[in-house]
Design a protein around this ligand. Structure first.
Ligand code: SF4
Length: 268
């Protein structure tokens, strides 16, 4: 059956669909299915999925189905993605983690996927740069994992022409604004914030992020995640991680220090 025009208009470029164990955040350890979308305008220096940044030339999605891995055309309708989710999950239906790249470049895809994948829970992992799109999907996602990023950890964003959306923030002031908006949007919901600590940062740099949480969503669980050493990215020492966590605790935030479990397990 070929997709309808409406379904086609909701298509988004996918990078991979696979089952694994959630390695980060509030649902760490939960077996889930991951739908990784292509496209991200941000350039986090410790990004562990730079292969997801670009949409141009996206040709294939890797589908790690129970019957074996295969490649399909990258641009996929939400219905097609939901079929692949069912093909990839062993056993009963799992929570679906929609990640990227930046899934909020494709809010209408996320909305429709939530419908087709029902009754599975949809968890959203976002870089926190697109509050309008976040607002658009909040009623269909069961959990939001919101990154809070140091301005010093990002290079200039590179906008993606295919996505008619709010541009990514570029200045420290713009970041402070979208961070406040995103935190206010997830306040009181099933959500958590994640802060990456890499090896070369002064603990005081993180105060701006923590003060934002304290002001806009003080009850939000806050995960401090040591960066995984990749390429030129240094992993932090435990002294630095502890010092950063203490600065958050000083503001009475709900701090947890958790490394990337999937890296420790050697799984995707
Ligand atoms: S937002 Fe995510 S995908 Fe985009 S650069 Fe940062 S870590 Fe990488």
């Amino acid at each position: 059956m070929s997709p309808t025009a409406v379904e086609t208009s909701l298509a988004a470029p996918l990078l991979e669909v696979f089952a694994s164990i959630q390695g980060e955040g509030l649902y760490v350890g939960e077996p889930q299915v991951f739908v990784r979308l292509r496209g991200c305008p941000l350039r986090c220096r410790w990004c562990d999925t730079p292969g997801s940044w670009k949409v141009d030339g996206a040709r294939e999605v890797r589908v790690d189905a129970r019957r074996g891995v295969r490649r399909e055309p990258s641009w996929s309708t939400p219905f097609q993605a939901a079929c692949w989710i069912a093909e990839c999950e062993p056993g009963s239906p799992r929570t679906v983690s929609v990640t990227g790249g930046e899934p909020l470049l494709w809010p209408e895809f996320v909305r429709a996927l939530a419908s087709f994948a029902s009754p599975r829970r949809i968890h959203l992992e976002t870089g926190g740069a697109h509050p309008r799109s976040l607002e658009r999907v909040l009623d269909v996602v069961s959990h939001v994992s919101l990154d809070l990023k140091l301005f010093e950890d990002m290079d200039e964003p590179v906008e993606i022409e295919a996505t008619p959306l709010e541009p990514a923030p570029r200045t420290r002031a713009e970041w402070a604004e979208v961070r406040a908006e995103c935190l206010a949007l997830v306040r009181g919901r099933d959500a958590a914030a994640k802060v990456i600590v890499s090896g070369s940062r002064a603990p005081a740099l993180f105060d701006e992020l923590f003060e934002g949480v304290a002001e806009h969503a003080p009850e939000l669980p806050l995960f401090i995640q040591p960066a995984t050493a990749v390429g030129s990215v240094e992993a932090p020492g435990i002294e630095l991680v502890t010092a950063v966590a203490e600065r958050a605790r000083a503001l009475d935030l709900r701090v947890r220090v958790v490394p990337q479990i999937h890296r420790l397990l050697g799984i995707p």
